[in-house]
Design a protein around this ligand. Sequence first.
Ligand code: KIV
Ligand code: ZN
Length: 388
Amino acid sequence: MLNSEVQIFDTTLRDGEQVPGCKLNTEQKLIIAEQLEELGVDVIEAGFPVSSPGDFKSVEEISKKIKYATVCGLTRAVENDIKVAAAALKYAKNPRIHTGIGTSDSHIKYKFNLTRDEIIERAYSAVRFAKSFVEDVEFYAEDAGRTENSYLARVCEAAIKAGATVINIPDTTGYCLPSEYGAKIKYLKENVNGIEKAILSCHCHNDLGLATANSIEGVINGARQIECTINGIGERAGNTALEEVVMILKQHPYLNLDTNIKTKNLYGISQLVSEHMGIYTQPNKAIVGANAFSHSSGIHQDGVIKQRETYEIINPKDVGVTESSIVLTARSGRAALAYRAKNIGYELTKLQLDEVYANFLNFADLKKQIEDNDIHQIIETSKMYREI
Ligand code: KIV
Ligand code: ZN
């Protein structure tokens, strides 16, 4: 793996599917998993096999189907979870067990009622046990975002000693500021013995709307895997959105960080996940929302019509959107009206446009959005147009 390569670990089918009401059946999971492989993700977290017979079956079927990507199953640091995950991953060409335990003081005290040293022992044993089934073992330190750095470094060191190939640093509660999360990754890079044997991974939640920013800070500071979901779906406010981190790295080449994602597939897979999960994507969602490439104010429309890059930092075709749209509202200007009129076959003179525009504004004040049939009607009933 090149030092510039950031692995994309997709957890749409595991963390994403934890959203209430989004449960998928095995067939739906298989359809999405195949499209994730087509998209170019490096790792597909297919589920939490011990959680239900249905999830076990989904992980097993995905393992059979996926050819190149690593297929991963989640476990707690519990022997039976690990055994069940190993069985579900039996057919995977590249299996990975993702095991771990909570490491923040509140997890240690309230969830486990253990000591810090006991947590380290459990982490070590879980990774060792997982290693008896598969070579590729990822360890997660749950709530690492609120775990004291010096203790977190000890936990990571134990997991690496036990053979972990990837160390996941989840900001489980979405608490960290980007500077804090970046500093945590840097601290671990500099203070964990044996860190060169493992990849550090970012797993950020979006409770404060910072998941994407935190993941980017993580890779700038040395992490080389991002855990994310399509459309950013996931527990509570969701996970890091795959399409966002991928496009941020692509649009900022000077960072010298690349992914293997075929970005032209992003819009299609966003629609697919939204349909199967029954979660509607907010229109202003970055990259894949319905308004991500639509322009409605007169000043912006005039700029985009003259030169797309004036108001677009991404070519919509690069993410699978056919073209930007010029939406007509009462805030639109003459340039946008002339442009849309031309698209449906009307070349208006300056005088005609003046009159049609005045009629358009009266109409647009009464309607949220003006469609092509409205434009026809406005033009055909304009006096100047009819007289020519
Ligand atoms: O958010 C989290 O901590 C997780 C772990 C189970 C990896 O999803
Ligand atoms: Zn999570």
